[in-house]
Write a protein that binds this ligand. Structure first.
Ligand SMILES: [Fe+2]
Ligand SMILES: [Fe+2]
Length: 172
């Protein structure tokens, strides 16, 4: 018996289930959903107005990617949301980079390296999507969900705490 929905919930992502191919030739997509949907949680708020606003926008773009995947039903979708996600990540990382440099943040290099790894990954996945690799958008979604939900309350919180100590924790 198909356990596709359980596996989808366990993995936190949408999957394609081929169990029904005897009934219908097309593969059936089981959408991401319920508690696994991307949303900006209270614990992601860091107390820095600019960064909190930018993080909410980033999560909004990830949620938009999720919606696009959920509703695409196997059709080739545009790479528009991936491009906007990449461009907004560039803007956001530049903001954090400026804050790190202005405040002599001691973990600047490590933090910057995480940002650069994200941009490289998203760029690669966007290229794969444009080349028609079927799993590219789902992989981007999984990657960005995992990264954002770990980086923001972890690494970014360290930066905001440092800014607060330096008297730059207030909204900018
Ligand atoms: Fe951030
Ligand atoms: Fe960051």
């Amino acid at each position: 018996m198909c356990d596709g929905r359980k596996r989808a919930q366990a993995s936190g992502g949408g999957i394609e289930c081929g169990c029904y191919t005897a009934l219908k030739p097309a593969r059936i997509r089981i959408p991401f959903g319920g508690k696994n949907r991307v949303r900006f949680l209270e614990e992601y708020k860091l107390g820095h107005e600019t960064l909190d606003t930018q993080h909410q926008l980033l999560f909004g773009l990830i949620a938009e990617l999720q919606s696009e995947i959920d509703t695409a039903l196997g059709r080739a979708a545009s790479t528009d949301v991936l491009q906007r996600l990449f461009m907004y990540a560039v803007v956001h990382f530049a903001t954090e980079d400026e804050l790190m440099m202005m405040s002599d943040y001691p973990d600047t290099l490590a933090h910057r390296a995480e940002h650069e790894a994200v941009l490289a990954n998203v760029k690669r996945l966007e290229a794969e999507c444009q080349a028609g690799v079927p799993s590219a958008r789902e992989e981007t979604l999984r990657f960005m969900k995992a990264w954002a939900s770990g980086h923001v309350p972890g690494v970014d919180r360290g930066l905001v705490e440092h800014l607060a100590k330096r008297g730059r924790g207030a909204a900018r």
